[in-house]
Write a protein that binds this ligand. Structure first.
Ligand code: ADP
Ligand code: MG
Length: 274
């Protein structure tokens, strides 16, 4: 059934402006001798300047899909097959040096756990400046100016003061904003947002989503918005891939998804909304 639906849903394949095209992506893990198909033939695309939502319950393969795009799977995971084309360039099995250049420079990712991305022993300013240095080749003065500008852009008050602080001196919401600032410091073509706001309170969550939207409008960035929250989908997404057990069971524009869901799993998801 999943296969049929995948094929009968909106055909975005013809869009010439897709920034990212994922086709029949497969990623497996070996747990002992048995193979866990974490991502089992996933296809979707992200049109330029648009937001693709990936929804699905915990364990459905959303994060592994995101990590596969950036070749960030740690062993024993491995990309088994399929195609991931970024502006026409194949990323599956791309050279490490090429992926390093693409990561951050062109595709940025915001992860689930806030503390994993910020180094506790460096100041906010140093970490942000470092990213800017790597990706924009500015001198030290320009790096600092750009870092302050980025902190302002993500709505952090007194950015000059924050620059000298360490991650532990900031609240969870502020750390998330710093992470977003780092992810956006190089004005990526594509932002992959993997439930970065899950642990935050609702107000901060809404602020951060609004911020991503604003920045998207400003720089024409494309976004993959991974979430298990259909409210977030309705609010931010243009297209949606619904994942279940490693597969895309429904793929549609956001209106069609809410107005005329086809797959029983999607119908169940929508019915579970408060
Ligand atoms: P989601 O992000 O949708 O919650 P994930 O993409 O993290 O789900 O995981 C998808 C599936 O891959 C899950 O069933 C999970 O158990 C499995 N998985 C994730 N990481 C590993 C790993 N390192 N080894 C084995 N299985 C894994
Ligand atoms: Mg996840």
């Amino acid at each position: 059934m999943a296969e049929e639906l995948q094929q009968t849903n909106v055909g975005l394949d013809e869009s010439p402006e897709a920034v990212l095209k994922v086709d029949d992506l497969r990623t497996s893990f070996f747990v002992g001798k048995s193979e866990v198909k974490a991502v089992d033939g996933v296809s979707f695309e992200v049109p330029k300047g648009k937001t693709l939502g990936i929804v699905g319950e915990s364990g459905s393969g959303k994060s592994i899909t995101a990590l596969s795009i950036l070749n960030l799977i740690e062993k024993p995971g491995e990309i088994k097959g399929g195609s991931i084309k970024y502006k026409g360039e194949e990323l599956v099995n791309a050279k490490i040096s090429r992926m390093r250049k693409i990561r951050g420079n062109e595709i940025s990712m915001i992860f689930q756990e806030p503390m994993t991305s910020l180094n506790p022993v460096y100041t906010i300013g140093d970490q942000l400046s470092e990213v800017i240095k790597i990706h924009q080749k500015f001198g030290p003065k320009k790096q600092k100016e750009r870092a302050i500008e980025m902190l302002k852009l993500v709505g952090i008050p007194s950015p000059e003061k924050r620059m000298k602080q360490y991650p532990y001196e900031l609240s969870g919401g502020m750390r998330q904003r710093v992470m977003i600032a780092i992810a956006l410091a190089c004005k990526p073509e594509l932002l992959i947002s993997d439930e970065p706001t899950t642990a935050l309170d609702v107000t901060i969550q809404a602020q951060i989503l609004e911020l991503i939207k604003e920045l998207q409008e400003e720089i024409g960035m494309s976004v993959i918005m991974i979430t298990h929250d259909l409210g977030v989908v309705a609010e931010t997404c243009d297209y949606v891939a619904v994942m279940y057990a490693g597969r895309v069971v429904e793929y549609a524009d956001v209106y069609t998804l809410f107005e005329n869901p086809k797959h029983p799993y999607t119908v169940g998801l929508l019915n579970s909304l408060p």
